[in-house]
Design a protein around this ligand. Structure first.
Ligand code: LLP
Length: 412
């Protein structure tokens, strides 16, 4: 198996840490961003990379250099984005529980802020007063569209904690009008959910959202931005055929934007970074409990929690061809963490690997390292990428070590 021109087995031999690591393809990141830029060509647009998907500083710098903006959900993400060189006035701050100090920071740097609720608007106004700024805000509207995804990552339907309801819109418009020193309404936003696999779902939401734009404009507001969030899924099953692309997504809403003089904001996370990385692991051993077969690897739910948390499927493959005569069987691929939820894959048909063999979890660039924990004192893994020359491997994040943990007790 190769990452661009580099044999993954060679990387396993070369890296100093003998533990799981993330390996990215910088070229794949470039291709993913370029696919959005190409799809949006000729339109007024902003691609707001959802930093929560992967907050590696080097990756942020790379996306920024290609023209990306950033979508943020905490004050720390804002600070990191600024460190990576993003222009904060082209960033969006999002969330249902933003804190006053985060809002003040965002206000000072002219970040666009999404309004999520009544109390959120009150606090945004307070931040505007304190920072002495008129904050540009978008209303996050819950369009009540079913994204047909796992309930934990559905965010724009009627059970969701995010956004404002249609019936309350009038109240929000009045409030914005009467607080014009502190806030200026410049757009509307929605986010339906994540791993969405049908572009018709985005169209359904966009139809509603342009309706809101027209209505709000008729109330005398100058709406500049239509933000339809992120959420485009990727082909985790590696089934290939006809998975929607950024172009499919943009094409499905294009006619709705025509003639409306709007800057279109789109907030991809997963579809920019997920398929640009693998988690590289080693086989510790193979066992059977008489009922099930297990491949035990050195990676775990601490490094990559999506299968445990959402029952998510991520494709798993051996790095090198199996030894001649290796029997194929059905395995659960599990880590060493003391929980039965510690699995990377269930019921996978694989050749029986040798001890020490490399085994990768694919599509590990989004919500994997970003959601890694130190559970069982498994310190967070290092990250590498293959440079765009296709052959140079560079470390892009140090491994965390026990010393990092012990530092929290210094002087206590
Ligand atoms: N914009 C907003 C307001 C969001 O809440 C999200 C993701 C995005 C953009 C980016 O969505 P994407 O393009 O990545 O689907 N941890 C889960 C995913 C949670 C997504 C939350 N919101 C997972 O591992 O599947």
């Amino acid at each position: 198996m190769f990452c661009e021109g580099v044999k993954i087995e060679d990387v396993m031999t070369a890296v100093e840490e003998k533990r799981p690591f993330y390996l990215y393809s910088k070229s794949q990141l470039t291709r993913n961003y370029a696919a959005y830029a190409r799809a949006l060509q000729g339109m007024e647009y902003m691609v707001g990379y959802a930093v929560k998907a992967n907050n590696n500083l080097k990756i942020l710098e790379h996306l920024r250099a290609m023209g990306s903006s950033a979508v943020l959900v905490s004050g720390n993400e804002l600070k990191l984005a600024m460190k990576a060189g993003f222009d904060p006035s082209r960033c969006v701050f999002n969330g249902n529980g933003k804190l006053l100090d985060e809002l003040i920071l965002a206000a000072k740097h002219n970040v666009l802020i999404n309004v999520d609720s009544e109390f959120d608007l009150e606090q945004i106004c307070e931040a505007g007063r304190i920072a002495g700024k008129q904050i540009k805000v978008l209303l996050r509207i819950n369009p009540d569209v079913d994204p047909q995804v796992h309930p934990y990552i559905a965010t724009g339907n009627k059970n969701s904690k995010f956004g404002i309801r249609n019936e309350r819109l009038g109240w929000f418009l009045e409030q914005v009008k009467s607080h014009s020193d502190e806030v200026k309404l410049v757009g509307v936003h929605c986010h339906l959910g994540s791993t969405i696999s049908k572009v018709s779902i985005f169209r359904d939401a966009a139809v509603l959202m342009v309706g809101y734009v027209d209505h709000i404009r008729s109330e005398g507001f100058e709406i500049q931005y239509l933000n339809i969030g992120g959420g485009l899924g990727i082909d985790y099953h590696h089934e290939g055929a006809n998975y929607p692309t950024p172009t499919d997504l943009v094409n499905t809403v294009h006619d709705l934007l025509a003639g409306r003089d709007l800057t279109f904001i789109i907030e991809p996370g997963r579809s920019l970074v997920a398929n640009a990385a693998v988690l590289v692991n080693r086989v510790t051993g193979v066992k059977s409990n008489g009922n099930k077969n297990f491949i035990v690897i050195d990676g775990s739910m601490s490094e990559l929690i999506r299968p445990s948390l959402y029952g998510a499927y991520q494709h798993i493959e051996l790095v090198s061809p199996p030894a001649a005569g290796a029997k194929r069987a059905t395995f659960d691929v599990v880590g060493p963490v003391c929980e039965s939820s510690d699995f990377l894959g269930k019921d996978r048909e694989l050749p029986t690997p040798e001890k020490g063999a490399g085994i990768v979890v694919h599509d590990a660039g989004a919500y994997c390292m970003a959601m890694a924990s130190t559970y069982n004192l498994r310190m967070r893994p290092p990250e590498y990428w293959v440079e765009e020359d296709g052959k140079t491997v560079t470390k892009i994040r140090h491994a965390e070590n026990l010393d990092d943990h012990l530092r929290y007790f210094d002087g206590l």
